[in-house]
Unconditional design. Structure first.
Length: 394
């Protein structure tokens, strides 16, 4: 049985053997107990006062009932609805008004998703290893497929395929219409790893996924044939914590390039067709990156926000105002503006040209684990308390 434990931030996954060696009871154990040391509490940096340079308007806020302190479930933006999940609940909310469209309690903890694609079907996974397909318009369950391990993330859907990533390092390519397994691939999983997984990215005829062993791999979407594999980071250090090199953050494809980050590792620019690493810079992050031709935007494990040059990875600016606030993946709204959310519930809007705050607004007081979703000039953010906030940037 897979175990979870929290060591400072974020969550970790360890094998049963490691649990038994450490004398763990099998319950979630605080890191201070496991490693016989207390977390040193350091006060957060006081936020600078912001003189807004953009106009924000909160369109609506709704309590979705999908509260989860450690959830990494991203909202899915459909044609007419925002679909969110947390705990055992999944629900759809009108994008314009925030009115409830449908709700579904699936009876198991939702651990991966939500995603969709080229048909009115949405996909999610549970901690019991069940992959589900639901009708996007009604929330009705269309099929369920058992994958034998907790599901951590789900790709978008394309050409009749959707890819599920499970906690045991496996990728499962499923038929979007029936849930039948078309193929499976697996990478070795280290003894100790972060709890979570990057969302597999569909690019051309390939699916590209990051793994807990520091590797990025591409497979043919329809049949699962291996295309290439790249080692982003090699484990280093004297203990299992220091040797963690998970590729868990957002993978960003841009043209023929992909930008990735890894924990205790590097930020890299990679050729999508060959897997060749064109450049790599020391950078530890579990949030991943967003990018456009003008820059790569990422948060490191300390909470610094960076803008990097896409061709070389050289820093263009660094913002240190959000240190220890565990900011989410910076998300591009437009070429000159990104948004990131923090563990105290603030949504920070940052000017990409100079790394200065452009505006700030309060969202879910319970804080945020996942990045905001952008739909043109609208931003949808789901907090740990289940509060869904819709904001328009004018």
């Amino acid at each position: 049985m897979n175990k979870r434990l929290s060591v400072l931030k974020p969550l970790l996954w360890i094998t049963p053997l490691f649990v038994s060696l450490m004398g763990c009871s099998g319950q979630s154990v605080p890191g201070s107990q496991l490693f016989s040391q207390k977390e040193k509490i350091i006060p957060l940096k006081v936020l600078k006062e912001v003189k807004p340079t953009i106009v924000l308007k909160t369109l609506w806020q709704v309590q979705t009932g999908s509260a989860s302190a450690n959830s990494k479930i991203h909202p899915f933006i459909g044609t007419h609805a925002v679909i969110v999940a947390g705990g055992t609940n999944i629900s759809a909310w009108d994008k314009s008004s925030g009115k409830s469209i449908w709700k579904n309690n699936i009876g198991e903890s939702i651990s991966g998703g939500v995603n969709g694609g080229d048909s009115p079907i949405i996909f999610l996974g549970t901690d019991h290893g069940n992959a589900l397909a639901l009708d996007e318009k009604t929330g009705k369950t269309l099929w369920i497929k058992h994958l034998n391990a907790e599901i951590l993330s789900v790709s978008t859907a394309k050409n009749g395929r959707v890819v599920f990533r499970t906690i045991d390092g496996k990728l499962h390519g499923l038929s979007t219409q029936s849930g039948d397994i078309a193929w499976q691939q697996q990478q070795l999983t280290p003894v100790l790893s972060l709890y979570g997984a990057s969302v597999p990215v569909l690019a051309g005829p390939y699916v590209i996924a990051g793994f807990d062993n520091g590797k990025l791999a591409a497979y043919e979407l329809q049949k699962g044939s291996p295309i290439w594999e790249a080692t982003l980071t090699l484990p280093r250090g004297d203990n299992e914590l220091d040797r963690m090199v998970d590729v868990d953050g957002k993978l960003k494809a841009l043209g023929s390039a992909m930008f990735t980050t890894s924990f205790h590792g590097r930020v890299s620019g990679i050729d999508l067709k060959t897997g060749k690493i064109h450049w790599a810079k020391k950078h530890s992050s579990y949030t991943g990156a967003d990018a456009n031709p003008d820059g790569i935007y990422t948060a490191d494990e300390a909470g610094n926000i960076w803008r990097l040059e896409p061709q070389t990875g050289h820093p263009m600016w660094k913002m240190d105002d959000l240190i220890r606030r565990t900011p989410t993946t910076p998300t591009l709204i437009r070429s000159n503006l990104i948004v990131t959310a923090d563990k105290k519930g603030h949504l920070h809007f940052i000017n990409t040209s100079n790394g200065q705050f452009a505006a700030r607004i309060m969202g879910d007081p319970a804080g945020y684990n996942v990045a905001s979703k952008v739909d043109r000039n609208k931003i949808y953010s789901l907090g740990r308390g289940g509060l869904l906030t819709a904001i328009v940037v004018k």
